[in-house]
Design a protein around this ligand. Sequence first.
Ligand SMILES: [Zn+2]
Length: 507
Amino acid sequence: MTSVTSASPERDPGRLTRPRAKQAVKETADAPDALTVGRRVRHVRQEAGRTLGDVAEAVGMSTSALSLIENGKREPRLSVISALAAELDTPLSDLLSTAPPSRRAALEIRLERAQRLPSYEALGLPRVKVSPRLPTEALEALVGMHEAMASARADSAATPEHARRANAQLRERMRAADNYFGDIEEEAGKLLAAIHHPGGPISRAAVDRIAAHLGYKLVHTSDLPGSTRTVTDLHNHRIYLPQPEAGQHDSRSLALHAVGHLILGHQPPADYAEFLSQRVEINYFAAALLMPEHETVDFLRRAKADKDIAIEDLRDAYAVSYETAAHRFTNLATRHLGLPVHFMRISQDGVVYKAYENDGVRFPADPTGAIEGQRVCRSWTARRIFEQPDLSQAYQAYTDTRSGTYWCTAVVDRTKDGLFAVNVGVPYQHVKWMRGRETTERAVSRCPDPSCCNQPPGALAARWSGQAWPSARVHSHLLAAMPPGVFPGVDDTEVYRFLERHASTGV
Ligand SMILES: [Zn+2]
């Protein structure tokens, strides 16, 4: 935002607060910008029936200089505006008003501003000259299109609030479907039939056969772009994966995620919400292949008949991570076993990274309904596990909450980013099917009552309130806006260079 240059332009660039200067023009928060001043000057001059050259000469400046001022391309000094006001016989305040002099002028100003934005320049399109000859209709159409584009950009740019709303909406959809997606199960089932999978865990060789069935080849490489987990070459039909030892991701899952995008017909995401849905879908798709619906349901039904359902058995039977097994359990538990469930992954300090529920458990939420980034109650099993002497053991406990009593089982997941708890829980009336229900661990959670665990104890608060100034560590990944680029967070240049390099070497 430019402001009118006044007589003494000293400013201390090292200061955040502005020095208390005398110039009223500069100090008013809504000082007019050069474009508005210029349009007002032109308006008053034309009303007075004066020509550009005539007025310029009278105030002692060149015609082109006055034209630059009227077009908002030069910031007039206050002394110049005063001279113009005197010459045009109008109050100075009239020329310095922030209101455009007419509707036409307002449109002209909006178009000028829109055309000066870097986002417009990036399109490489010509600037339309905003002259009196431009029909008002054309002016109106251009301004309308610029502003519609800007609002579409704002929608897809996903501010943290957009991201949070998109997350909340997605969770609502998952909840409504009991986290079961029949069409994805069906696609996974068809692929398994196509490769004649005999049942049991999917081997890496089976993943190769799935890719081959689709006409793709899996290629391991050590130079994947840093911003990607896998890259698919749609032209040469290759899926590039990191070296198996490079990441901690199971390369079967990574390959199946990449295959998922192909099978599910994903297009480059139009906005953050679509990006999130695609992530959920490929995760679901990979899990549906790693733990096929029919045999996994049989497995869980037998466990239920024995009143011995355990996530770790599912993990071991299908050679997947505990989190993958726990998540898969939520897909099938309600639909096929009639069990409402909840699931969460939280950091050691209690912050929610992923969560799902259809059993009425109340996750803490912000006003947009988003729960990612919120802190769960200290009494919840997922947090109490960190207080146990042996973090390698699963921990089970009952928790009385305001929405009822739940039984939960949690494990600690060690990652390079720290410790996380992965937690699965069911309401009390369904605990009879679960292994570990004999636990005597119990806790009471009164959250969201602030006196439960959000408010510091009275004596402590009395001593330290007002005496502490912590600097917060921001959970940037949870708050981040959708990064720019067709694929959020991915450096397109890096990816194209990578593909170029590999396409020419043949691998
Ligand atoms: Zn609490």
